[in-house]
Design a protein around this ligand. Structure first.
Ligand SMILES: NC(=O)c1ccc[n+]([C@@H]2O[C@H](COP(=O)([O-])OP(=O)(O)OC[C@H]3O[C@@H](n4cnc5c(N)ncnc54)[C@H](O)[C@@H]3O)[C@@H](O)[C@H]2O)c1
Ligand SMILES: O=C(O)[C@H]1O[C@H](OP(=O)(O)OP(=O)(O)OC[C@H]2O[C@@H](n3ccc(=O)[nH]c3=O)[C@H](O)[C@@H]2O)[C@H](O)[C@@H](O)[C@@H]1O
Length: 346
């Protein structure tokens, strides 16, 4: 059984987990861990799939509705005997026999999650209920990719897992941050009531190759703008901070959490903290020094500061991020150059 949650909630009343599929222990000559990745055609999901597929004992099933993801992100696995891709919207039940569920499906960029907020809530609430129902039926362990947005516009800095957050329940971001908070609640209620083996990762801003070019998030915006020779749009005031984690570090953290014994919630992010103006200056310096920086209006409820306290991830997962922002940005730039057809100047 997993150890106590980070926030100190007691799980003394939790039931033992349901019995996993007998196939998990009875197969010897073929893959014996069947892993479902919801949202596996998206940015983080597709990198996670790449890593999971490296292990020959894993059979990977992706369920995705392609709202913000794409088959293209998974093209190297399509047709592989240990890989299966299902077009499926997780707000509908899914019947598959699996041992582990990485539950990522949810639009992550503010532009996309605000586009149809009711659908975003349904994805977080009904979608998570469906995945927990599946976990219960087949005895699978389930990991939820929650978010640092559960801390809202945090009044504690850096944020530890014990902090309960400062969230506007009726704002334009609420479909996402309150949606994820309910998803976390559902995870713990299924754990306590039905003994489901749960893992919760609170992910902080993650970036890297394969982000949608017009995704709308800040790192992808700045790199695409720099490569197109457009001004970098710093939203007011520009002093707001974020901490950026490179995607390979994130995937490593998620797999460690799934394989470990702690339920979480656990912050997974890179504590290096930058203002948006600093980020723009770094992108300008590394990618295209001739571009200008333009101040533009911000959107409501934008968190003013965000930085993970990762003491817990270090202690219980033995995890620390390895890739610095200055190392990760050029890797993303290379991918964006290929996709935008902008070669590096000699
Ligand atoms: N990238 C980050 O900085 C970040 C930070 C915190 C949390 N997260 C979480 O990590 C997960 C992945 O984020 P990402 O950056 O890869 O985003 P993404 O938008 O690239 O990927 C999300 C995937 O989920 C799919 N999806 C959305 N709604 C669905 C539905 N109803 N049914 C089936 N599939 C659906 C999309 O098509 C896409 O492939 C999300 O749960 C997000 O909330 C990401
Ligand atoms: O890490 C998290 O927990 C969350 O982080 C992001 O949300 P956010 O930090 O608002 O992401 P961005 O849209 O990339 O914005 C980051 C900052 O950059 C600013 N920004 C954004 C875009 C831009 O062009 N310019 C700009 O200055 C925004 O005002 C904001 O202050 C993700 O999009 C969420 O999915 C995720 O859950």
């Amino acid at each position: 059984m997993a150890t106590e949650a980070a926030n100190g909630n007691s799980h003394a009343g939790a039931k033992p987990p349901p019995t996993p599929s007998p196939l998990r222990s009875s197969k010897f000559l073929q893959s014996n861990m069947r892993v479902l990745v919801t949202g596996g055609a998206g940015f983080i999901g597709s990198h996670l799939v790449d890593k999971l597929m490296e292990n020959e004992k894993n059979e990977v099933i992706v369920a995705d509705n392609y709202f913000t993801g794409s088959k293209d992100n998974l093209r190297k696995w399509i047709g592989h005997p240990r890989f299966e891709l299902i077009r499926h919207d997780i707000t509908e039940p899914l019947l598959v026999e699996v041992d582990q569920i990485y539950h990522l499906a949810c639009p992550a960029s503010p532009i996309f999650y605000k586009h149809n907020p009711v659908k975003t809530i349904k994805t977080n609430v009904i979608g998570t209920l469906n995945m927990l129902g599946l976990a219960k039926r087949v005895g699978a362990r389930i990991l939820l990719t929650s978010t640092s947005e559960v801390y809202g516009d945090p009044l504690q800095h850096p944020q530890t897992e014990e902090y309960w957050g400062n969230v506007n329940p009726i704002g334009v971001r609420s479909c996402y941050d309150e949606g994820k908070r309910v998803a976390e609640t559902l995870m713990f209620d299924y754990h306590r009531q039905h003994g489901i083996e749960i893992r919760i990762a609170r992910i902080f801003n993650t970036y890297g190759p394969r982000m949608n070019i017009d995704d709308g998030r800040v790192v992808s915006n700045f790199i695409a703008q720099a490569l197109r020779g457009e001004p970098l749009t710093v939203q007011a005031p520009g002093t707001q901070t974020r901490s950026f984690c490179y995607v390979s570090d994130m995937v490593d953290g998620l797999i460690r959490l799934m394989e470990g014994e702690n339920t979480g919630p656990i912050n997974i992010g890179n504590p290096g903290e930058f203002t948006m103006m600093e980020l723009a200056e770094i992108v300008k310096e590394l990618v295209e020094p001739s571009v200008t920086i333009k101040n533009v209006e911000n959107t409501p409820d934008d968190p003013r500061q965000r930085k993970p306290d990762i003491t817990k991830a270090k202690q219980v997962l033995g995890w620390t991020p390895k890739v610095t922002l200055r190392e990760g940005l050029p890797l993303m730039e290379e991918d964006f150059r290929k996709r935008l057809g902008v070669p590096k100047k000699a």
